[in-house]
Design a protein around this ligand. Structure first.
Ligand code: PLP
Length: 420
Protein backbone atom coordinates (compact mmCIF):
# COMPACT_ATOMS: atom_id res chain seq x y z
CA UNK A 1 0.00 0.00 0.00
CA UNK A 2 1.14 3.60 -0.61
CA UNK A 3 2.40 5.62 2.37
CA UNK A 4 -0.51 7.06 4.33
CA UNK A 5 -0.82 10.55 5.82
CA UNK A 6 -0.36 11.22 9.54
CA UNK A 7 -4.12 11.42 9.83
CA UNK A 8 -4.50 8.18 7.90
CA UNK A 9 -2.10 6.49 10.32
CA UNK A 10 -4.09 7.70 13.31
CA UNK A 11 -7.16 6.05 11.86
CA UNK A 12 -5.22 3.00 10.70
CA UNK A 13 -5.63 -0.71 11.32
CA UNK A 14 -3.64 -0.68 14.57
CA UNK A 15 -6.37 1.37 16.29
CA UNK A 16 -7.91 -0.65 19.15
CA UNK A 17 -11.47 -0.31 17.89
CA UNK A 18 -10.48 -1.49 14.39
CA UNK A 19 -8.91 -4.68 15.78
CA UNK A 20 -11.86 -5.21 18.05
CA UNK A 21 -14.44 -4.81 15.28
CA UNK A 22 -12.36 -7.12 13.09
CA UNK A 23 -12.29 -9.87 15.75
CA UNK A 24 -15.98 -9.47 16.45
CA UNK A 25 -16.92 -9.46 12.80
CA UNK A 26 -14.82 -12.57 12.18
CA UNK A 27 -16.27 -14.31 15.20
CA UNK A 28 -19.81 -13.65 14.04
CA UNK A 29 -19.22 -14.68 10.39
CA UNK A 30 -16.15 -16.88 9.75
CA UNK A 31 -16.30 -18.64 13.09
CA UNK A 32 -19.93 -18.74 14.24
CA UNK A 33 -19.09 -21.30 16.96
CA UNK A 34 -17.01 -18.75 18.85
CA UNK A 35 -18.51 -18.08 22.29
CA UNK A 36 -19.09 -14.37 22.06
CA UNK A 37 -18.54 -12.46 25.27
CA UNK A 38 -16.80 -9.62 23.39
CA UNK A 39 -18.41 -6.77 21.52
CA UNK A 40 -21.23 -4.48 22.44
CA UNK A 41 -24.03 -5.96 20.40
CA UNK A 42 -27.36 -5.66 22.15
CA UNK A 43 -29.29 -8.85 22.83
CA UNK A 44 -32.22 -10.02 20.71
CA UNK A 45 -35.43 -9.22 22.58
CA UNK A 46 -38.38 -10.79 20.77
CA UNK A 47 -40.95 -8.23 22.03
CA UNK A 48 -38.80 -5.34 20.79
CA UNK A 49 -38.16 -7.02 17.46
CA UNK A 50 -41.91 -7.38 17.02
CA UNK A 51 -42.46 -3.69 17.79
CA UNK A 52 -39.88 -2.70 15.14
CA UNK A 53 -41.31 -5.12 12.58
CA UNK A 54 -44.81 -3.64 13.00
CA UNK A 55 -43.38 -0.17 12.68
CA UNK A 56 -41.56 -1.10 9.47
CA UNK A 57 -44.75 -2.59 8.05
CA UNK A 58 -46.56 0.67 8.75
CA UNK A 59 -43.85 2.63 6.92
CA UNK A 60 -44.27 0.38 3.90
CA UNK A 61 -48.07 0.45 3.95
CA UNK A 62 -48.39 4.22 4.29
CA UNK A 63 -45.95 5.18 1.55
CA UNK A 64 -43.70 6.80 4.18
CA UNK A 65 -41.04 4.35 3.03
CA UNK A 66 -40.75 6.08 -0.37
CA UNK A 67 -40.38 9.52 1.19
CA UNK A 68 -37.79 8.16 3.60
CA UNK A 69 -35.61 6.37 1.11
CA UNK A 70 -36.03 8.81 -1.77
CA UNK A 71 -35.00 12.10 -0.13
CA UNK A 72 -32.08 13.71 1.64
CA UNK A 73 -33.09 15.24 4.96
CA UNK A 74 -31.62 18.34 6.63
CA UNK A 75 -28.12 18.05 8.21
CA UNK A 76 -29.45 17.87 11.79
CA UNK A 77 -31.82 15.00 10.88
CA UNK A 78 -35.59 14.49 10.62
CA UNK A 79 -37.32 17.61 12.03
CA UNK A 80 -40.53 15.78 13.01
CA UNK A 81 -38.57 13.26 15.05
CA UNK A 82 -36.56 16.04 16.69
CA UNK A 83 -39.73 17.94 17.60
CA UNK A 84 -41.28 14.83 19.22
CA UNK A 85 -38.08 14.00 21.08
CA UNK A 86 -37.77 17.52 22.51
CA UNK A 87 -41.34 17.20 23.77
CA UNK A 88 -40.62 13.76 25.32
CA UNK A 89 -37.48 15.00 27.09
CA UNK A 90 -39.32 18.03 28.45
CA UNK A 91 -42.15 15.82 29.70
CA UNK A 92 -40.20 12.84 31.05
CA UNK A 93 -36.93 14.39 32.26
CA UNK A 94 -38.00 18.01 32.84
CA UNK A 95 -35.19 19.25 30.56
CA UNK A 96 -35.66 22.72 29.10
CA UNK A 97 -34.96 21.63 25.52
CA UNK A 98 -36.33 22.74 22.14
CA UNK A 99 -35.66 21.39 18.63
CA UNK A 100 -32.64 23.72 18.27
CA UNK A 101 -31.00 21.76 21.12
CA UNK A 102 -31.07 18.46 19.21
CA UNK A 103 -29.15 16.97 16.29
CA UNK A 104 -29.17 13.43 14.94
CA UNK A 105 -26.06 11.65 13.72
CA UNK A 106 -25.24 8.36 12.06
CA UNK A 107 -24.74 6.56 15.37
CA UNK A 108 -23.48 8.11 18.57
CA UNK A 109 -20.00 6.83 17.66
CA UNK A 110 -19.85 9.47 14.92
CA UNK A 111 -21.38 12.03 17.30
CA UNK A 112 -18.50 11.64 19.77
CA UNK A 113 -15.95 11.82 16.94
CA UNK A 114 -17.40 15.10 15.71
CA UNK A 115 -17.84 16.57 19.18
CA UNK A 116 -14.35 15.66 20.37
CA UNK A 117 -12.72 17.13 17.28
CA UNK A 118 -14.88 20.27 17.35
CA UNK A 119 -13.94 20.94 20.95
CA UNK A 120 -10.34 19.71 21.24
CA UNK A 121 -7.19 19.56 19.09
CA UNK A 122 -5.00 22.40 17.83
CA UNK A 123 -6.15 26.00 18.25
CA UNK A 124 -5.28 29.25 16.37
CA UNK A 125 -2.72 30.27 18.99
CA UNK A 126 -0.90 26.94 18.50
CA UNK A 127 -2.12 25.51 21.80
CA UNK A 128 -3.43 21.97 21.97
CA UNK A 129 -6.47 21.13 24.03
CA UNK A 130 -7.56 17.69 25.16
CA UNK A 131 -10.60 15.73 26.27
CA UNK A 132 -10.45 14.75 29.94
CA UNK A 133 -11.90 11.39 30.95
CA UNK A 134 -12.34 11.85 34.74
CA UNK A 135 -12.64 8.12 35.36
CA UNK A 136 -10.96 5.34 33.43
CA UNK A 137 -11.73 2.55 32.50
CA UNK A 138 -13.86 4.24 29.87
CA UNK A 139 -15.45 3.34 26.51
CA UNK A 140 -12.90 1.80 24.10
CA UNK A 141 -14.59 3.52 21.16
CA UNK A 142 -13.28 6.94 22.26
CA UNK A 143 -9.63 5.99 22.33
CA UNK A 144 -8.77 6.43 18.66
CA UNK A 145 -11.17 9.25 17.86
CA UNK A 146 -8.81 12.21 18.20
CA UNK A 147 -7.49 13.68 14.93
CA UNK A 148 -4.21 14.35 16.77
CA UNK A 149 -1.90 12.46 19.10
CA UNK A 150 -2.16 12.97 22.88
CA UNK A 151 -5.83 13.80 22.51
CA UNK A 152 -7.04 12.32 25.80
CA UNK A 153 -6.06 12.82 29.38
CA UNK A 154 -7.51 10.54 31.99
CA UNK A 155 -7.61 9.75 35.65
CA UNK A 156 -7.41 6.58 37.69
CA UNK A 157 -10.44 5.88 39.86
CA UNK A 158 -10.67 5.11 43.53
CA UNK A 159 -11.60 1.48 44.09
CA UNK A 160 -14.31 0.98 46.70
CA UNK A 161 -14.49 -2.65 47.94
CA UNK A 162 -18.04 -3.93 48.50
CA UNK A 163 -19.49 -7.15 49.94
CA UNK A 164 -19.64 -10.47 48.05
CA UNK A 165 -16.48 -9.90 46.01
CA UNK A 166 -17.93 -6.79 44.35
CA UNK A 167 -16.29 -3.38 44.02
CA UNK A 168 -17.17 0.03 42.59
CA UNK A 169 -15.03 2.67 40.89
CA UNK A 170 -15.45 6.23 42.16
CA UNK A 171 -14.17 9.43 40.56
CA UNK A 172 -10.98 10.38 42.41
CA UNK A 173 -11.64 14.09 42.77
CA UNK A 174 -8.49 14.53 44.89
CA UNK A 175 -6.26 13.67 41.95
CA UNK A 176 -8.42 15.16 39.16
CA UNK A 177 -6.41 17.97 37.58
CA UNK A 178 -8.14 20.41 35.22
CA UNK A 179 -5.87 22.95 33.57
CA UNK A 180 -6.04 25.19 30.47
CA UNK A 181 -5.33 22.26 28.19
CA UNK A 182 -8.67 20.63 29.00
CA UNK A 183 -11.36 21.37 26.39
CA UNK A 184 -14.17 19.19 27.77
CA UNK A 185 -14.92 16.43 30.29
CA UNK A 186 -16.52 13.20 29.12
CA UNK A 187 -18.04 10.23 30.95
CA UNK A 188 -20.29 7.39 29.86
CA UNK A 189 -23.13 6.77 32.34
CA UNK A 190 -23.95 3.85 32.63
CA UNK A 191 -20.34 3.13 31.79
CA UNK A 192 -19.08 0.88 29.07
CA UNK A 193 -17.01 -1.25 30.02
CA UNK A 194 -17.73 -1.52 33.75
CA UNK A 195 -21.51 -1.25 34.20
CA UNK A 196 -20.78 1.54 36.68
CA UNK A 197 -23.29 4.35 37.11
CA UNK A 198 -21.71 7.52 38.40
CA UNK A 199 -23.71 8.72 41.38
CA UNK A 200 -25.78 11.91 41.32
CA UNK A 201 -23.20 13.42 43.72
CA UNK A 202 -20.33 12.60 41.35
CA UNK A 203 -22.24 14.11 38.41
CA UNK A 204 -23.00 17.24 40.43
CA UNK A 205 -19.33 17.63 41.29
CA UNK A 206 -18.31 17.17 37.64
CA UNK A 207 -20.89 19.77 36.57
CA UNK A 208 -19.53 22.24 39.10
CA UNK A 209 -15.95 21.62 37.94
CA UNK A 210 -16.90 21.94 34.25
CA UNK A 211 -18.76 25.20 34.88
CA UNK A 212 -15.93 26.56 36.98
CA UNK A 213 -13.40 25.89 34.20
CA UNK A 214 -15.75 27.08 31.44
CA UNK A 215 -15.72 23.77 29.55
CA UNK A 216 -18.62 21.48 28.61
CA UNK A 217 -19.40 18.16 30.28
CA UNK A 218 -20.21 15.39 27.80
CA UNK A 219 -22.51 12.70 29.24
CA UNK A 220 -22.66 9.64 27.03
CA UNK A 221 -26.07 8.21 27.77
CA UNK A 222 -26.05 5.34 25.24
CA UNK A 223 -27.50 2.96 27.89
CA UNK A 224 -29.26 5.43 30.15
CA UNK A 225 -32.63 6.99 30.83
CA UNK A 226 -35.16 7.77 29.50
CA UNK A 227 -34.31 5.14 26.82
CA UNK A 228 -33.06 2.42 26.51
CA UNK A 229 -33.08 2.63 30.31
CA UNK A 230 -30.49 -0.10 31.00
CA UNK A 231 -29.81 1.29 34.44
CA UNK A 232 -30.40 -0.80 37.58
CA UNK A 233 -29.87 1.94 40.14
CA UNK A 234 -31.30 5.39 40.86
CA UNK A 235 -29.65 7.99 38.61
CA UNK A 236 -31.16 11.36 37.79
CA UNK A 237 -30.93 12.19 34.07
CA UNK A 238 -29.45 15.68 33.88
CA UNK A 239 -29.03 18.29 31.16
CA UNK A 240 -28.29 22.01 31.09
CA UNK A 241 -26.79 24.32 28.51
CA UNK A 242 -23.23 23.38 29.58
CA UNK A 243 -23.93 19.63 29.29
CA UNK A 244 -23.81 17.71 26.03
CA UNK A 245 -25.87 14.53 26.29
CA UNK A 246 -25.30 11.82 23.67
CA UNK A 247 -27.91 9.13 23.16
CA UNK A 248 -28.47 6.31 20.70
CA UNK A 249 -31.13 4.01 19.31
CA UNK A 250 -28.62 1.14 19.18
CA UNK A 251 -29.23 -0.42 22.59
CA UNK A 252 -32.98 -0.43 22.05
CA UNK A 253 -32.07 -3.23 19.65
CA UNK A 254 -31.40 -1.12 16.56
CA UNK A 255 -27.60 -0.91 16.11
CA UNK A 256 -28.00 -1.50 12.37
CA UNK A 257 -29.97 1.71 11.73
CA UNK A 258 -27.07 3.87 13.03
CA UNK A 259 -28.90 6.65 14.84
CA UNK A 260 -27.24 8.84 17.44
CA UNK A 261 -28.79 11.83 19.22
CA UNK A 262 -27.01 14.88 20.64
CA UNK A 263 -28.67 17.30 23.05
CA UNK A 264 -26.68 20.48 23.61
CA UNK A 265 -26.64 24.29 23.48
CA UNK A 266 -27.79 25.63 20.08
CA UNK A 267 -24.28 26.80 19.07
CA UNK A 268 -22.91 23.27 19.61
CA UNK A 269 -25.83 21.80 17.64
CA UNK A 270 -25.19 24.24 14.75
CA UNK A 271 -21.48 23.39 14.65
CA UNK A 272 -22.23 19.67 14.81
CA UNK A 273 -24.85 19.85 12.05
CA UNK A 274 -22.37 21.73 9.85
CA UNK A 275 -19.73 19.06 10.41
CA UNK A 276 -22.32 16.36 9.79
CA UNK A 277 -23.23 18.02 6.47
CA UNK A 278 -19.56 18.00 5.43
CA UNK A 279 -19.03 14.36 6.40
CA UNK A 280 -22.42 12.82 5.60
CA UNK A 281 -24.64 15.46 3.91
CA UNK A 282 -27.39 14.34 6.26
CA UNK A 283 -28.29 11.62 8.76
CA UNK A 284 -30.01 8.40 7.73
CA UNK A 285 -33.75 8.58 8.36
CA UNK A 286 -34.60 4.94 9.00
CA UNK A 287 -34.01 4.86 12.76
CA UNK A 288 -35.99 8.03 13.48
CA UNK A 289 -38.86 6.81 11.27
CA UNK A 290 -38.98 3.41 13.00
CA UNK A 291 -39.28 4.86 16.51
CA UNK A 292 -41.07 8.18 15.92
CA UNK A 293 -44.50 6.89 16.96
CA UNK A 294 -43.00 5.35 20.11
CA UNK A 295 -41.42 8.68 20.98
CA UNK A 296 -44.62 10.63 20.28
CA UNK A 297 -46.72 8.35 22.47
CA UNK A 298 -44.08 7.95 25.18
CA UNK A 299 -44.37 4.18 24.67
CA UNK A 300 -40.59 4.05 24.30
CA UNK A 301 -40.24 4.74 28.03
CA UNK A 302 -42.65 1.98 28.99
CA UNK A 303 -40.87 -0.51 26.73
CA UNK A 304 -37.51 0.52 28.20
CA UNK A 305 -38.70 0.10 31.77
CA UNK A 306 -40.86 -3.00 31.37
CA UNK A 307 -39.05 -5.01 28.68
CA UNK A 308 -35.49 -3.85 28.05
CA UNK A 309 -34.26 -3.15 31.58
CA UNK A 310 -35.59 -6.42 33.12
CA UNK A 311 -34.13 -8.38 30.19
CA UNK A 312 -30.61 -7.11 30.93
CA UNK A 313 -30.93 -6.98 34.71
CA UNK A 314 -31.95 -10.65 34.78
CA UNK A 315 -29.01 -11.57 32.58
CA UNK A 316 -26.60 -9.58 34.75
CA UNK A 317 -27.81 -11.34 37.91
CA UNK A 318 -27.61 -14.80 36.38
CA UNK A 319 -24.13 -14.16 34.99
CA UNK A 320 -22.85 -12.91 38.36
CA UNK A 321 -24.28 -16.10 39.91
CA UNK A 322 -22.44 -18.33 37.41
CA UNK A 323 -19.20 -16.44 37.96
CA UNK A 324 -19.44 -16.64 41.74
CA UNK A 325 -20.19 -20.35 41.68
CA UNK A 326 -17.39 -21.19 39.19
CA UNK A 327 -14.42 -19.08 40.32
CA UNK A 328 -12.12 -19.35 43.30
CA UNK A 329 -13.33 -16.28 45.28
CA UNK A 330 -9.71 -15.27 45.94
CA UNK A 331 -9.18 -14.76 42.21
CA UNK A 332 -12.25 -12.76 41.26
CA UNK A 333 -13.64 -9.27 41.88
CA UNK A 334 -16.68 -8.08 39.92
CA UNK A 335 -17.57 -4.45 39.37
CA UNK A 336 -21.06 -3.93 40.80
CA UNK A 337 -23.41 -4.24 37.80
CA UNK A 338 -25.46 -1.05 37.83
CA UNK A 339 -26.29 -0.78 34.13
CA UNK A 340 -25.19 -1.18 30.50
CA UNK A 341 -24.71 -4.69 29.10
CA UNK A 342 -21.28 -5.65 30.48
CA UNK A 343 -19.51 -7.12 33.46
CA UNK A 344 -16.03 -5.94 34.36
CA UNK A 345 -13.93 -8.57 36.06
CA UNK A 346 -10.77 -7.94 38.03
CA UNK A 347 -8.34 -10.79 38.74
CA UNK A 348 -6.06 -9.34 41.43
CA UNK A 349 -2.33 -10.08 40.84
CA UNK A 350 -3.11 -12.12 37.73
CA UNK A 351 0.28 -13.60 36.71
CA UNK A 352 -0.34 -13.00 32.96
CA UNK A 353 -1.58 -9.85 31.21
CA UNK A 354 -5.23 -9.65 30.23
CA UNK A 355 -4.11 -9.57 26.58
CA UNK A 356 -2.37 -12.93 27.08
CA UNK A 357 -5.54 -14.21 28.73
CA UNK A 358 -7.55 -12.93 25.73
CA UNK A 359 -5.28 -14.87 23.34
CA UNK A 360 -5.55 -18.08 25.39
CA UNK A 361 -9.33 -17.76 25.53
CA UNK A 362 -9.59 -17.03 21.80
CA UNK A 363 -7.65 -20.24 21.15
CA UNK A 364 -10.30 -22.06 23.22
CA UNK A 365 -13.16 -20.44 21.32
CA UNK A 366 -14.14 -17.70 23.79
CA UNK A 367 -13.99 -14.01 22.97
CA UNK A 368 -13.69 -11.35 25.69
CA UNK A 369 -12.05 -7.90 25.59
CA UNK A 370 -8.78 -7.38 27.49
CA UNK A 371 -8.87 -4.53 29.97
CA UNK A 372 -5.78 -2.67 28.69
CA UNK A 373 -7.79 -1.06 25.87
CA UNK A 374 -10.08 0.85 28.20
CA UNK A 375 -7.53 3.26 29.70
CA UNK A 376 -6.80 5.86 27.00
CA UNK A 377 -4.82 8.90 28.14
CA UNK A 378 -3.52 7.57 31.48
CA UNK A 379 -0.28 9.46 32.18
CA UNK A 380 1.50 6.38 33.56
CA UNK A 381 1.08 2.60 33.20
CA UNK A 382 -1.17 0.90 35.75
CA UNK A 383 -0.88 -2.78 36.59
CA UNK A 384 -4.61 -2.89 37.43
CA UNK A 385 -5.46 -2.30 33.74
CA UNK A 386 -3.71 -5.59 32.87
CA UNK A 387 -5.68 -7.55 35.46
CA UNK A 388 -9.19 -6.80 34.15
CA UNK A 389 -11.42 -7.95 31.31
CA UNK A 390 -14.79 -6.92 29.94
CA UNK A 391 -17.46 -9.40 28.99
CA UNK A 392 -20.97 -8.93 27.72
CA UNK A 393 -23.89 -10.96 29.00
CA UNK A 394 -26.29 -9.75 26.31
CA UNK A 395 -26.22 -12.94 24.26
CA UNK A 396 -27.78 -16.37 24.80
CA UNK A 397 -27.68 -17.58 28.45
CA UNK A 398 -26.47 -21.13 27.68
CA UNK A 399 -23.59 -19.73 25.65
CA UNK A 400 -22.61 -17.26 28.38
CA UNK A 401 -22.68 -19.99 31.03
CA UNK A 402 -20.54 -22.32 28.90
CA UNK A 403 -18.03 -19.53 28.16
CA UNK A 404 -17.74 -18.74 31.87
CA UNK A 405 -16.72 -22.34 32.58
CA UNK A 406 -13.85 -22.02 30.10
CA UNK A 407 -12.90 -18.59 31.41
CA UNK A 408 -12.76 -19.90 34.99
CA UNK A 409 -10.50 -22.80 34.00
CA UNK A 410 -8.10 -20.51 32.05
CA UNK A 411 -7.89 -18.04 34.92
CA UNK A 412 -7.26 -20.87 37.41
CA UNK A 413 -4.50 -22.20 35.11
CA UNK A 414 -2.86 -18.75 34.92
CA UNK A 415 -2.83 -18.44 38.74
CA UNK A 416 -1.44 -21.96 39.18
CA UNK A 417 1.37 -21.23 36.66
CA UNK A 418 2.16 -18.09 38.67
CA UNK A 419 2.51 -20.00 41.92
CA UNK A 420 4.44 -22.96 40.40
N1 PLP B 1 -21.13 5.15 23.62
C1 PLP B 1 -21.04 4.04 24.34
C2 PLP B 1 -20.79 4.13 25.80
C3 PLP B 1 -21.17 2.78 23.70
O1 PLP B 1 -21.06 1.67 24.43
C4 PLP B 1 -21.41 2.73 22.32
C5 PLP B 1 -21.52 1.44 21.60
O2 PLP B 1 -21.36 0.37 22.13
C6 PLP B 1 -21.51 3.93 21.63
C7 PLP B 1 -21.37 5.11 22.30
C8 PLP B 1 -21.74 3.95 20.16
O3 PLP B 1 -23.06 3.59 19.85
P1 PLP B 1 -23.71 3.76 18.44
O4 PLP B 1 -24.11 2.39 17.98
O5 PLP B 1 -24.89 4.69 18.62
O6 PLP B 1 -22.70 4.39 17.51
Amino acid sequence: MRPVSKLGRLFGPQAGIVQLMHDLGTAMTVNPDMLMLGGGNPGSIPQMQQVFRLSMRKLLDTGEFDRLTGNYGPPAGDPRFIESLAELLRRSCGWDVAPENIALTNGSQSASFMLFNLLAGEFDDGRRRRILLPLTPEYIGYSDQGAATGFFLSNRPQIQPLNDGLFKYRVDFDSLQIDDSVAALCVSRPTNPTGNVLTDEEITQLRVLANHHGVPLILDNAYGTPFPGICFTEATPVWDSNIIVCMSLSKLGLPGVRTGIVIAAPEIIRALSGMNAILNLTTGGFGPALVRDLIESGEIIRLSQEIIRPFYQGKAQRTVGWLQSTFDPAHLRIHKPEGAIFLWLWFPDLPISSTELYERLKARGVLIIPGEHFFPGLPSPWQHSRECIRLTYAQDDAMVEKAIGILASEVARAYSEGSA
